[in-house]
Design a protein around this ligand. Sequence first.
Ligand code: PGA
Length: 240
Amino acid sequence: MGKLIVANWKMYLTASASVKLAQRIVKTKAKSQVVLCPSFVALADVAEVIEKSKIKLGAQDIFCCDARGAYTGEIGLDDLKELGVEYVLVGHSERRRYFKESDELVNQKLKVVLKNRIRPILCVGEPLKVRQAKKEKSYIRAQIKAGLKGVTKKDLKRVVIAYEPIWAISGNKGHADKPDDAAKMHAHIRKTANTPILYGGSVNSKNAKSFLQAPGIDGLLIGKASTKFSELSKICSQQS
Ligand code: PGA
């Protein structure tokens, strides 16, 4: 797999703004595999825009069970499959923090995604206190072990891990990790799970290249900067 650039539009953009941005992105020449993750309400329209392009569709979350039925407010895997979703973020730190998603729930979601032959992007990352106490390695290892509990070796091949230190995320007024430090963490993660590993946290057009060139960084998960055409197009067209 080449480098993977995943744009997590979070709740930054309305559906119409998502469509407009996707329309501009399909016209750019990307040197990496680009995945757009708009909000649920924008998925169908963005799917139409990118249909004939090489860009892939991702979702930001998923219901935890492989069942349809009386689950008010939820979005099931079948809904995503119908729209051509190929990637699903699970366990983003904002889901863990604001919606109290536990490691167990994240693991359940990840397994539902795998069962449906879609690729989960398991998000992990330590809070600032853990980093300050220099306990980030064991913290991340435990998060990955819990997130991947019960996943077979065969299924592991379809998992992508995104390392996003919580203190580095722009929405938390964070600042990007140092590419060298992120690369060290990626090497550590790889000892637990040998999967593609993305870096996320305040990535922008200025620092993207240094992350993409760091050893063992297979791509980027980008939030805020990915909602701006000038930023995302520059990042996608960079030669890594
Ligand atoms: P950011 O978000 O690029 O805005 O820091 C990354 C993420 O949370 O996925």
